[in-house]
Design a protein around this ligand. Structure first.
Ligand SMILES: [Zn+2]
Length: 433
């Protein structure tokens, strides 16, 4: 394979920007993903890349699969991204669907999450093709629909059910985003190795309703409030895999890892990153819905509380249930039911694996520190990991990841970072030969 410095002569930054602007202009908010795919297909056709498929779960909800085969057998790498976006919301200083450029940035909903990444994936296919496919193995790109809404009938879950061959013979995968992050003043390229899971239980408190003028000790809203006050909201926990990954990356003593991250971090006083670091190092428990009472003069006989917990692979839904039971047992005796509402397990890919090691090597070669992280929300990678495929997210950038703009106002990407991310993926393929 050509070195990156030679290969980059075959790609113009402006052509990548042009595709990004075109697809930002399509407001694919949980719909119209096929229109995004058609823009990409036009380019593939111009480039003579014929191995693609558009798989629609319904009209307009297309998943695009692009295959580029190398000259011989080798590592089969899947790149996962998505073409849908979340609604723009308030507070934009420009039209979120204009793809406008300002001071070296391209702005728009999806500029980071995840349209820039699918542009980089597409140009990785284009570049490898322009260079005569002089590599070993196979690159498969999956640009999925409906990542943000996670409807089981669209997107990746639809593909797993209806077109499972897409995931056959894959040795490892790259998932969405990553980027440059700064923790405790230290800059590093993120490698997301897993995602926290999400468990929701409904707690149903039962009592005897009565007129509010009568005196009694069984006021359900009081009992429910006590439960909410006593329920722990965060419990310090760090996954073993994550500890080991941090140790490998930084050589720190295990027990010092989080002390260091937390103390340095708290000092630098960045509230958003702080919340993220807290979530990364704790099981978190939140109350999200409370329902009780219908009339101003009746003590209700029922109260419903939804508890949503975010957990690591070491916990599951019964772990959360036991925590709720333990808290409840100190307040009330048996007058309750706990019903499981939703459960998405946490997923974590081992770092003792060729693909992970090659990502680390690639990031070091680009003169950055690799920083393994766990994502606190979930993405399509969780479904792909559940098939036994290791998935890591990385997306090399020179500008820091602006977490608050993702799903927020004025989302943007530093134009030159399209090439920086392409460099990361190209170097990875070179290293995995
Ligand atoms: Zn996304």
């Amino acid at each position: 394979m050509l070195s990156w410095n030679e290969a980059r002569e075959y790609i113009e930054l402006e052509e990548m920007c042009e595709l990004l602007r075109k697809i930002i202009r399509i407001p694919s908010i949980g719909s119209r993903e096929s229109e995004v795919a058609y823009e990409i297909i036009d380019l593939l056709e111009e480039e003579g890349i014929k191995e693609y498929k558009l798989l629609e779960s319904e009209e307009g909800r297309g998943n695009l699969i692009i295959d580029v085969k190398g000259r011989s057998e080798g590592f089969n790498l899947l790149f996962i991204g998505h073409s849908d976006v979340v609604p723009p919301g308030e507070g934009w200083s420009i039209n979120p669907f204009s793809g406008e450029e300002r001071d070296g940035y391209i702005y728009g909903r999806g500029a980071i999450d995840d349209k820039s990444q699918i542009v980089v994936y597409t140009y990785l296919a284009v570049l490898l093709n322009r260079l005569g496919r002089d590599f070993r193995g196979r690159i498969r790109i999956l640009i999925a629909a409906d990542e943000e809404l996670q409807n089981p009938n669209h997107g990746v879950r639809y593909l797993i059910k209806e077109h499972p061959y897409i995931f056959k013979g894959i040795h490892g995968a790259i998932g969405e985003l990553g980027g440059l992050v700064s923790i405790g003043g230290r800059k590093a390229q993120a490698i997301i190795i897993g995602e926290k899971g999400s468990v929701s239980h409904k707690v149903m408190l039962k009592g005897k309703g009565r007129h509010s003028s009568l005196v009694g000790e069984d006021d359900l809203i009081k009992i429910g409030s006590e439960f909410l006050l006593r329920l722990p909201r965060k419990i310090y926990f760090v996954s073993e895999t994550f500890k080991n990954a941090l140790k490998d990356a930084f050589g720190w003593k295990r027990h010092l890892i989080f002390n260091r991250l937390l103390s340095k971090h708290l000092m630098n006083n960045d509230p958003i990153l702080n919340m993220y670091i807290q979530a990364l190092s704790h099981i978190t428990i939140a109350s999200t819905i409370v329902r009780a009472g219908e009339a101003h003069n009746v003590i209700p006989d029922r109260m419903e509380i939804i508890i949503n917990a975010r957990i690591f692979p070491e916990q599951n839904e019964s772990w959360v249930r036991r925590l709720i039971e333990k808290t409840l047992s100190r307040i009330t005796k048996n007058n309750y039911d706990i019903l499981l509402q939703t459960y998405v397990p946490a997923t974590l890919s081992t770092t003792d694996n060729l693909l992970y090691k090659k990502i680390v090597e690639t990031i070091r070669e680009m003169n950055y520190t690799p920083l393994p992280l766990i994502q606190v929300g979930s993405s399509d990678s969780a479904w792909v990991r559940s098939l036994g495929i290791p998935v890591y997210h990385f997306f090399t950038t020179t500008k820091e990841l602006e977490i608050d703009r993702i799903h927020g106002a004025d989302e943007r990407i530093w134009k030159k970072d399209l090439l920086k991310a392409l460099e990361g993926y190209y170097r990875l393929i070179t290293n995995i030969q």
